[in-house]
Design a binder for this molecule. Structure first.
Ligand code: NIG
Ligand code: FE
Length: 424
């Protein structure tokens, strides 16, 4: 890919300021958020980036006429593929009527308490065949790819018993074989307490004693919904510690509706990420930053719930690298990373460059890229650096800012995953 008007390679060294355009729309000062090359090119071989830099330099060594698949990106932008580090994309059923109920003022947690919400998706998912679940997932992945996601994490959690939890993770495995997107499976048996469970403690026992041993080989991470009336901090600790004993690194849904202490738990366990964080405090932000836990913000969820957004400045000020992700699920039916970037800007106040960084590099870090103990994704996933994966987007737009700026359609023209043309 050569001749790109703008080529984003990854994060710039500093984390704040400097990306505000001058009067004519051109950057007034060097970008402190994204490292960018004007008239840039990238060469990929065997799935990995082998050269990235000014077109002149790259094409001297890798002439486009010798490439199996060369793209002239003049007038266009090249970005690392988006890394959507938090989705619940494997499920069956329809909850569009709950959207209408929410608009009439019925809160999400009340819907769940009445046996709707997650529990309703669980019923539909248990009844669905593997073929239906796979077909649903593959279709959603097509939409995600068309909006630039080249790596996507997918959680189980709509089975809530061993057989269906395993079925979901096996479907993710099959989709990973059949679809160009790189998938990362997460076990989330502790997503809700099923109606049949006597008590939460009994269910947590079952997650730990029955589900975990049966699914651990099919997942990389273990996640838990740490929330009032769902799983307490103590329950969550039990699940995540047991997950780790089975080799699954912890992730957590923390401080979404109530401020319960999930962030402090995440810090204590050195979880790879803590997600949602709408109610997190400055102390939580400091604890996450100190422990190297990636704050993962999900603006689509706040949008769908019509609640206040998480405050990204809190985490950036504490020194964290933040991620944004879609949280695609039946309650937040927004599979596109481009729209997540728009909401991150409009709803959470990120700059366009910050939203791109959080959706690429940040997402990679939230999946353990460059983490010595985690090999869920290749090192440098979410960047375009030599030795990193050849995952990139060609945008039909002159700069990265067009991603959040234009919403309701996509600016993604081509997507490559590990050097293979995956889209258009
Ligand atoms: O991250 N909060 C818990 N889990 C999902 C919602 C899942 C659902 O409503 O089906 C979330 O928002
Ligand atoms: Fe979630």
């Amino acid at each position: 890919v050569y001749g790109a008007t703008e080529l984003v390679t990854g994060p710039a060294a500093a984390t704040t300021g400097g990306d505000h355009p001058g009067g004519d729309g051109a950057p007034a000062i060097p970008d402190a958020v994204l490292e960018r090359i004007e008239d840039g090119a990238v060469a990929i071989a065997d799935g990995e980036v082998v050269a990235v830099g000014p077109t002149e330099d790259v094409v001297r060594k890798y002439p486009p006429e010798n490439a199996a698949d060369a793209v002239d990106a003049s007038g266009k932008t090249v970005l690392p593929g988006f890394v959507d580090s938090h989705t619940h994309a494997v499920f069956a059923g329809d909850r569009s009527d709950e959207f209408a109920a929410k608009l009439r003022g019925k809160p999400y947690q009340e819907i769940l308490a009445d046996g709707g919400g997650i529990l309703r998706t669980v019923r539909a998912t248990r009844d669905a065949s593997e073929a239906t679940l796979l077909e649903n997932l593959l279709e959603r992945l097509d939409t995600m790819l068309a909006s630039g996601a080249t790596t996507v994490e997918v959680k189980s959690g709509y089975g809530l018993e061993t057989e269906t939890e395993r079925k979901l993770l096996e479907v993710v495995e099959r989709a990973d074989d059949e679809h160009p997107i790189r998938l990362v499976p997460t076990f989330m048996g502790a997503h809700a307490v099923p109606e049949a469970a006597e008590t939460t403690a009994d269910y947590v026992d079952r997650v730990i004693e029955e589900q975990l041993p049966a699914v651990a080989d099919h997942a990389v991470f273990c996640d838990v919904f740490c929330e009032e009336d769902v799983f307490s901090v103590a329950d969550s600790r039990r699940v995540l510690e047991a997950g780790r004993e089975h080799g699954l690194e912890p992730k957590i849904h923390a401080e979404e509706f109530a401020h319960l202490g999930g962030s402090q738990l995440a810090a204590d366990l050195n979880a790879v990420s803590a997600d949602h964080l709408l109610q997190a405090t400055d102390e939580d932000a400091a604890a996450l930053a100190d422990a190297g836990v990636t704050p993962t913000l999900l603006p689509g969820t706040a949008f769908a719930l019509e609640t206040a957004y998480a405050d990204p400045r809190r985490f950036l000020a504490a020194g964290s690298e933040i991620a944004i992700a879609t949280d695609f699920n039946p309650n937040c039916y927004a599979p596109g990373m481009e729209f997540a970037a728009t909401l991150a800007c409009v709803g959470m106040g990120l700059s366009p460059a910050e939203s791109i960084r959080a959706g690429t590099y940040g997402g990679g870090i939230a999946l353990g890229a460059n983490h010595p103990q985690i090999d869920a994704v290749p090192g440098d996933c979410g960047t375009l650096r030599e030795g990193g994966p050849g995952d990139l987007l060609v945008l039909d737009a002159p700069s990265h800012a067009h991603v959040p700026y234009r919403f309701g359609d996509s600016v993604v023209e081509h997507a490559f995953v590990a050097g293979d043309r995956a889209y258009a």
